[in-house]
Design a protein around this ligand. Sequence first.
Ligand SMILES: [Fe+2]
Ligand SMILES: [Fe+2]
Length: 402
Amino acid sequence: MHSVQEISPEIFWVGGNDRRLERFENMFPLPNGVSYNSYVILDDKTVLLDTVDSSITDLFIENVTHVLGNRPLDYLVINHMEPDHGANLERIVKLYPEVKVVGTKKTFEFFRQYFNTDISANSIVIEKEGTEISTGKHTLSFYFTPMVHWPEVMVTYEKSKGILFSADAFGTFGALAGNLFADEVDFEHVYLEDARRYYTNIVGRYGMQVQSALKKLSSLEINMICPLHGPIWRENISYFLDKYNHWSLYKPEKKGVVLFYGSMYGNTENVVNALANKLAQKGVKDMRIYDVSKTHPSYIISDIWKFSNMVIASPTYNLNLYFPMHTILHELSVLGFKNRKVTILGNHTWASVAVKEMKAMIEGMKDMEIIGEPLDTRSSLKSEQEAKLDELADKIYKSLDE
Ligand SMILES: [Fe+2]
Ligand SMILES: [Fe+2]
């Protein structure tokens, strides 16, 4: 059966959830599932905004045909071509052959790359920002938000009600449990961690582009944000805008320490535990410790983004850096991560490479400050080295105040 909700008069959510998918983009674990949002406007003209992933095609088609009833589909707006939203575009075009398809120049390039159906006769290419399409009571205008997080992306602003269809921006992992609105759920407890993990790992590299999009959209009166994943915002929108602002400026949300380590036999882990205990006794609260071989990097990256300080600890491996640690630091650098305080702990038995490598990788990122002398353990930490650990704990603690 169809499964839809009217989210505003004449505007319907026709999306769905996938709670079975193990990993988003075949990389990021989804313990709480994911939603694919899609919207229909029933005005004098009818509009479908984006489609959904292929995993929920059957339900989606049922939803769309139920809401449209016997009416034709007049417009299909493509805000984003990525297959988690674009998978059903060709199907919709075949189901409604008269539909006018709205997108950017790049949208249609990508459409041709993914599909074989020629839609050139029915394409409306938005060349100028702010171009409007009236559907009767509603007016849609289109704004380009390239690289948030693909080059073809635009967002659609419905003028009469101030509704922003924001593509992947303001999206989050986590399926919807019937409650479609952020004000109907305990967002901070149920979605915030997933929202941060979604932003940092999927959009994180494009902070500058997110900033330009935020600036561009700041002149619009926005009463509701309808993203392609996760809850819809209609209250306290500034709360989530503020999170996006922090994240895209690479500014920590919180003064605090996340510690993550690679450890083959527990000796490097032991150094991290000893340091964390000292920090806790000094009064540092809400610390996180992760084993890079155990926890998926997307979670660690999300917390690295949140906190002001990190402690990284790794042994040398094959005369290089232990590779799960290398993966995380490499990904941070790919994401353009910057502006944090870092303490480095290494370990080796006969050749010391890890400290050098970690230091070089951190120094390759912008505005990173190394706190304390890197401590390089030989095989296992000895009690006579405790003073060095105390010194590091002291410097980290002081740096939290700066
Ligand atoms: Fe996307
Ligand atoms: Fe998406």
